[in-house]
Each structure stands twice: as C-alpha cells, then as structure tokens.
Design a protein around this ligand. Structure first.
Ligand SMILES: Cc1ncc(COP(=O)(O)O)c(C=O)c1O
Length: 313
C-alpha cells in the first residue's frame, strides 16, 4: 500500500482526496472555521514520527472554537490520540503537516447566526517540507495592517482572518520578497504573515506582547524558554517600532511552518550584515534538535507515532 495523505472526516479515516464538503457549506462562504498547523517530524534513527506539541495546538483550536461558539466532539487529549492514529495510518516516513479544521458545516447560506449552524471537524495529514524556502528571508513591511482585536480576534486561528495574512504574503511574494511584516493598527510591529517576530539588540531579546494583536505562537513560547534556559536570555515583551527592525543586530521569525527563520533584509535595508546572527543561530540549532526529539530535556514536547509497517516504502 502506497503512503497517502489521509483525513479523519465524519468519524472515519479516508484518503484526503475523498473528504469532501458541499458548495453550500457555511465555512466555505464566510470563513467560519478555525484551524491548526502541526508539524510531524520524521526521526530516521528511531524510525518514529514525532508530533510537535500537539496538545498545545489543540488547546488553541479549542479557543478558536469557543470564539465561533463551536463545541469540539473530542477533548484536546483525545484529539492528540486520534492524530497519532492518523499519522501512523498514512504510512509516510517523512515530515508531515497536520491540519485540524473545525468548521461550520451547515449547508445554509444567508444565515449569520453561529448558534444555528452545525459544526464539523476534520484532521488532515499530508507530507510537508520547508515553508520559507530560503536560508535568510528578504522581507517587506505590508501595506495591510494586522487585524485588530476590535475587528476579529487575532489570538485564535480563525480561517476568515487569514485573508489578512494572505493579502500581505501574496503582495510580498509578487514584489519579489519572501515574507511580509505586518504592523498592527497602532502602527507597531505585529508579526509576519504566518510567524511571530523577535529582535535582538545589544544582547537583549525583544518580541511584541500578545496585546500587539499577534497570534500566541507555540514556537514563540518554545523560543522564549530555550533563550532563557539554554542561553540565559530573558525575552522582553514590549511594543516594537518599525525602524527598530532596520537598526537591529538580528531579527528572526518563528512559526510551526517557518521554524526559526532569520530576516536578512527589510524594506531594502540589510539587517546588520544581512546574514544570520549568533543568537538566532544558537536558538535555531537548539530548536531544530528539539523538534526532532534529539534533546532529552525537550523530548516531552514530542508525541511519538510509529508508521504502519504495511505501508513501508
Ligand atoms: C499569523 C501567525 N502568527 C504566528 C504564527 C506562529 O504560530 P506557531 O508558532 O504556533 O505556529 C502563525 C502560525 O500558525 C501564524 O499564522
């Protein structure tokens, strides 16, 4: 049996290509859904798949569901177990991306009342590689501002709010850059289109606070812990001005998809010498080992899965 992208859909495991919804589905029209992005990393030595911090991702999914007045049919712990089962069944022995999606499945249009609409939940597992395909990212400040909490909540991953990220990312890439930096409604630095942002200046590590309309990133939390415990650097959470990035010693982006990606340039201005800086490099090295389960201290961040032997390639 060939490995194949799989979905858990309507209570069953099916090939992802067979998990389909109708054109009337509410979430398709209005973005009434919330989702997660979880990495599952292949550890060749141990021949295991390591799912990175799935419980924290499912807890964030629950928060998104709450905003949308949805009740998930399973607890975060049960969802972790289900995810282990799903990735094992795919048969892949390579890095994967797991995409849980809770959505308003009611096939009703012209109804804007969340409480009247049925919910659905699916989890998809597909092979995945690098997200930002360069060693050092060339970035541009987006003309789109990061959504403000007074408009839609930025601290949960609502599908509708991703149009904001997608507009910024698309403009950046079509203009020849790798990633966009979004300012928030107050004009302060918020984050990348799909990453949190850190600045290093004079040995200090700074990142915008959660009140800056950022997503509370799971990688962000990991990096703050690694910086504190491995490098002895406490992260300062405070508003950051745009020009601080131009004048920084190092800037880097963090996210499940982007890992720890150094920013080499912003708005046609090199950041320091335009290469990865020492603190970014140290954090990146530790993080890469942690997500592959190679550091005993952080091994509890990984949940193990063993691919089905039948599907071995
Ligand atoms: C807008 C945004 N900010 C930050 C992040 C980083 O979050 P995490 O580290 O949990 O992947 C993501 C990724 O999901 C994102 O989409």
């Amino acid at each position: 049996m060939e490995p194949t992208p799989l979905a858990w859909f309507r209570g069953e495991f099916v090939p992802a290509s067979e998990a389909k919804v109708g054109v009337m589905t509410h979430a398709l029209h209005y973005g009434t859904a919330c989702f997660e992005g979880i990495r599952c990393n292949w550890n060749e030595e141990e021949e295991k798949l390591l799912i990175f911090r799935p419980l924290e991702h499912y807890q964030r999914l629950v928060n998104g569901a709450k905003v949308l007045r949805m009740e998930l049919p399973l607890s975060p712990e049960e969802l972790v177990d289900l995810t282990v089962d799903l990735v094992e069944r795919t048969g892949y022995r390579q890095d994967m991306y797991i995409r849980p999606l809770a959505f308003k499945s009611a096939e009703r249009v012209a109804n804007l009342k969340l409480h009247e609409l049925d919910d659905g939940l699916t989890i998809i597992a597909v092979p995945f590689g690098q997200y930002i395909d360069v060693q050092v990212a060339r970035c541009v400040t987006a003309s789109w501002r990061r959504i403000d909490e007074t408009m839609m909540p930025p601290r949960v991953k609502l599908s509708a709010t991703y149009v904001n990220s997608i507009l910024a990312k698309t403009d950046a890439v079509l203009s020849g850059f790798d990633e966009a930096v979004l300012l928030n409604y107050d004009g302060k630095v918020a984050e990348g289109s799909g990453e949190n942002l850190f600045v290093v200046k004079d040995g200090e590590l700074v990142t915008p606070p959660l009140t800056a309309n950022i997503l509370p990133g799971i990688t962000r939390t990991c990096i703050m812990q690694i910086a504190r415990e491995e490098l002895g650097i406490d992260t300062v959470e405070r508003p950051i001005g745009r020009a601080e990035l131009y004048l920084a010693d190092e800037v880097f982006l963090t996210g499940t998809a982007a890992h720890v990606t150094p920013m080499g340039e912003l708005d046609h201005r090199p950041i320091a010498d335009g290469h990865i800086g020492p603190i970014t490099k140290a954090l990146q090295e530790i993080y890469f080992k942690a997500i592959r389960g190679q550091l005993p201290k952080y091994r509890h961040w990984c949940v193990e899965a063993v691919p089905a032997p039948l599907a071995k390639v």
